[in-house]
Design a protein around this ligand. Structure first.
Ligand SMILES: [Zn+2]
Length: 510
């Protein structure tokens, strides 16, 4: 009989993961196909196949043998290499969290979510919060119950309440740190945005209401692909309703875009955003990619890379000084008489508005702050669900100076809560803040303007790969930030970055 030692279990673990990966690959391709190419009539047959694959995958990943393997490796984690040690710890933590929720609760919650989604859509379309509220109340009740289960016998951390939900989306980010983060934003950004939005940007706006052929927008996206070195040997770009990035390991990364003929800027910044996500996936080291720790370290880390490229690199004036002429060459009639400075100003215009997903870089974090404050109140029991819509509107008035007049533009605009995702929103703002701190560190090693002027982002990409991307998910975000920037996460960089940038654009001196 084979001896069941450490090597035996590592082999077992790798063998099983190889099969799980194969199931995952089939699932990945099927999703990609569904989102980009497959005809509508394929839904049923695809669902059947995907259902069978998910079942096989679920059976294998919860099998007695695999559980025994993970338990053994977890108990012997000090003998493992760093990548595997981290991976097994996370896996065990997630497994235990999952197991704490009784099966009947889990099933009931899944059924509830299925039931809620169409109600949410109807409530949003009819601008009727009262229709959605009783369902939202049930979701919140379940989340509170989930917190109670997670708090019990927790050997992974001593978080309580809402912190456990926050930790589920961004490891070890708790209310204490988010409070500090949003506190800085509230104090510094709210008054600054008031000053900015009192002013108007003057530039030639003639190009904004022209029509831009989709096929040429796609050609420009291909041009940007070369600028960003989003290697076509390992990547593809297609179209879908909403832009997204997906991938399978560091050799197969795919992004989509959506081309609006009346808005040339949308596809440009979507492409850059998604390529920012994609480069992160491509640059994971082969060693990490071979484990289950490929991909990004967290939600906020992933968003930090996409927003870094989209906002901090591609919304810089020097970027358009370098790449506007190509756009003008492709759209000579539409962009006649426009210069790169006009274009640069147009992509940095600040507007206080109702909808988070359409917000500019400066006001964006305030939208997140509103959601964070509400979530805190929900889980400290300080607010009734029936009052949430009013409270939402009050906070929009307070922070964005806007009078919300309907729930469609208010509390019903985001689907996250209808999916039970509480604790998710803060990672969006956090990602931008990580990005600002990375930018500061990058600046010490690389002449950023010169790198952009060279026409390709080689020097910037190399830095990101070396200091952030190569680690994949084999380290925690906090560890990567410390390694890459030499210090702990500090929200001041973000606030300073925003205030410096927009003071210059809007010519505000104090
Ligand atoms: Zn993103």
């Amino acid at each position: 009989m084979e001896e069941k030692n450490l090597q035996y279990y590592i082999n077992k673990y790798n063998e099983t993961n190889k099969i799980l990966r194969a199931y995952g690959y089939a699932n990945y391709l099927s999703n990609w196909d569904a989102e980009t190419t497959a005809a509508f009539g394929t839904i049923q047959s695809r669902n059947d196949v995907v259902g069978s694959l998910s079942e096989l995958s679920y059976k294998l990943s919860t099998s007695a043998e695999y559980t025994e393997t993970i338990d053994y490796l977890f108990d012997h984690r000090d003998e493992l290499d760093d990548i595997l040690k981290h991976e097994i710890y996370e896996m065990k933590k997630n497994n235990e969290a999952q197991k704490k929720i009784p099966m009947e609760d889990f099933v009931a919650f899944s059924q509830l979510l299925n039931e809620v989604y169409p109600v949410y859509v109807k409530a949003k379309n009819e601008d009727n919060y009262d229709l959605f509220a009783p369902y939202l109340e049930k979701i919140i009740e379940f989340k509170k119950k989930q917190i109670k289960y997670l708090e019990k016998d927790n050997r992974f951390n001593n978080y309580k309440g809402y912190d456990l939900l926050l930790d589920g989306f961004e490891p070890d980010m708790t209310r204490e740190e988010y409070d500090k983060f949003f506190g800085v934003l509230k104090e510094k950004l709210v008054p600054f945005i008031k000053k900015v939005t009192k002013k108007k940007l003057k530039y030639n706006k003639k190009f904004l209401n022209k029509k831009y052929a989709s096929s040429i927008q796609f050609e420009y996206a291909k041009y940007l692909q070369a600028v960003m070195e989003f290697d076509p040997n390992y990547t593809v770009m297609r179209e879908s309703e909403h832009p997204f990035t997906t991938g399978f390991g560091n050799k197969d990364v795919r992004i989509t875009n959506h081309y609006y003929e009346d808005n040339v800027r949308s596809s440009i910044f979507s492409a850059i955003h998604e390529m920012g996500h994609g480069l992160y996936e491509l640059h994971v080291s082969d060693e990490v990619d071979a484990s289950l720790s490929g991909g990004g370290a967290s939600m906020a880390m992933h968003e930090s890379q996409s927003r870094f490229m989209e906002n901090m690199i591609a919304r810089k004036e020097v970027f358009w000084e370098t790449h506007f002429s190509k756009l003008q060459e492709m759209f000579p009639k539409e962009l006649k008489g426009i210069n790169y400075h006009d274009f640069f100003l147009s992509v940095n215009e600040v507007k206080r508005d109702f909808i988070r997903t359409e917000a500019d870089e400066l006001t964006y974090p305030l939208h997140i702050m509103v959601r964070y404050e509400l979530e805190k109140k929900i889980f400290s029991g300080k607010i009734k669900v029936s009052d949430l819509s009013n409270e939402w509107n009050k906070l929009y008035k307070k922070y964005l100076g806007l009078k919300v007049t309907n729930n469609k533009q208010g509390i019903l605009q985001d689907v996250h809560w209808a999916y039970g995702n509480f604790g998710y929103f803060p990672t969006y703002a956090l990602g931008s803040a990580y990005a600002a701190q990375f930018y500061k560190a990058l600046e010490k090693d690389v002449d950023i303007d010169k790198a952009i002027r060279s026409g390709k982002l080689t020097d910037i990409n190399n830095w990101l790969k070396e200091h952030i991307h190569k680690y994949g998910a084999s380290l925690y975000p906090k560890e990567i930030i410390k390694k890459a920037t030499g210090e702990d996460f500090n929200p001041d960089y973000y606030v300073k970055y925003l205030i410096d940038k927009y003071s210059k654009i809007y010519e505000i001196d104090d």
